[in-house]
Design a protein around this ligand. Structure first.
Ligand SMILES: Cc1ncc(COP(=O)(O)O)c(C=O)c1O
Length: 373
């Protein structure tokens, strides 16, 4: 069975984590210890930012970033094609989301999509940008320039984009903070976990406080000064993060090998997909194939399943402006035509760092049998 998730740990790595877990438990130092600090140091080094702050989830990382960028009472532009968490974090920070449409070539907004929302809502204060599937839009440098010229902060949701890089810069190091997820299905995992990356010293200090019930003390003690939360990572997860980070580029490379081989077949057969060839490196969290129509998606999924291939969730089958929980926040619904048209017409192949040559052949055969014919 080819599944969309793969826990990429060797026998030796699992033995090492088991041994370290014993040590951590025996020490009684379960949070905010040496592995948390080490994971933050190594992650910031990898992304290229001055600072990294580890947390329990990406959702809390996003909420902290919106709070630190003073979003309360403001409008924040966000693509409708994202996970619930991006939009929920905006709302929980006291802001209102205004939904942007997307560029169907990359499933993220283009510069024109951003300009369009800013034209319609001149009071937009900041932007939440999600590198869907790990894809950094080719216009991203112009998008950042536009944000700077218009005094808009830009927070990157990098939940899909560990190691994604465009013209020498890694996702999470482009603008006013990055938020990463280490949920089990992600490109690297700590079971549950998240990380903020930033070059802003004040934000770094405050994020350390916000994740720890608002305590600003250097030893994590002191008075509750900020309205933070209990959003710490634990030491076992942090250690697992160190093990995963060491092999992140290798894991991405394994995903890329599968993407390259399958892309070749898709190009030869005129099947449309989201290309990442403009990037230095793409996390390849989701490989998005665009189908001509949505009517037979369920039967395609079933046919793949019968051939032993479980297709993962799309990104995203239902855009956020259509999700019931956000119905009170939908403004300018008519601007979201690409999200409505293309989101229901995509499938994501179950490519992981554990994908084998035999898996690749099986997936290509299934595309040939169930999509081409
Ligand atoms: C784009 C995006 N942002 C944020 C999140 C939230 O991540 P977490 O589960 O670590 O809070 C997810 C999780 O799936 C996601 O896909």
């Amino acid at each position: 069975m080819i599944k969309p998730f793969y826990l990429d740990l060797t026998f030796d790595e699992i033995e090492d984590i088991k041994h370290k877990t014993g040590e951590i438990l025996e020490s009684g130092h379960l949070i905010l210890g040496e592995y948390t600090k080490e994971f933050e140091k190594e992650f910031s080094k990898y992304i290229g930012t001055e600072y990294a702050i580890s947390l329990n989830t990406c959702t809390s990382a996003l909420e902290i970033l919106f709070v630190l960028n003073r979003s309360k009472g403001k409008k924040i532009a966000v693509q409708s094609n994202t996970n619930f968490a991006t939009v929920a974090a905006i709302i929980r920070s006291g802001a209102t989301p205004v939904f942007m449409d997307m560029d169907p070539d990359y499933f993220v907004p283009s510069l024109d999509n951003l300009k369009d929302i800013v034209d319609r809502h001149s009071d937009v204060f900041g932007v939440a940008w999600v590198h869907i599937g790990g894809i950094i839009h080719p216009e991203f440098f112009d998008i950042i320039k536009f944000c700077k010229e218009n005094d808009l902060f830009l927070v990157e949701d990098c939940a899909h984009a560990h190691g994604s890089q465009l013209r020498g810069i890694k996702a999470g190091n482009f603008a006013d903070g990055g938020a990463f997820s280490f949920f089990p299905t992600k490109v690297m995992t700590t079971m549950e976990g998240g990380m903020i990356t930033t070059n802003n010293h004040d934000h770094y200090k405050l994020a350390m406080s916000y994740r720890n019930q608002g305590k600003r003390g250097g030893d994590y003690g002191g008075l509750h000064t900020d309205l933070g939360n209990s959003w710490r990572i634990n030491e076992i997860s942090a250690y697992m993060g160190l093990v995963q980070l060491k092999k992140l580029d290798k894991m991405i490379n394994n995903r890329q090998i599968a993407v390259d081989e399958i892309s070749k077949f898709l190009v030869e057969n005129n099947i449309d997909f989201c290309s990442t060839s403009h990037m230095d490196q793409c996390a390849q969290y989701k490989f998005i194939i665009k189908l001509p129509d949505e009517n037979n998606i369920e039967s395609i999924k079933e046919n793949f399943r019968n051939d032993g291939i479980i297709l993962g969730g799309g990104v995203y089958d239902v855009p956020c402006h259509i999700q019931p929980v956000f119905k009170d926040y939908v403004i300018a619904k008519e601007d979201l035509r690409n999200s409505e048209k293309y989101c229901p017409k995509q499938i994501c192949l179950p490519i992981t760092s554990g994908t084998t040559q035999s898996d690749i052949r099986t997936m290509i055969q299934a595309i040939d049998k169930h999509i081409l014919r």
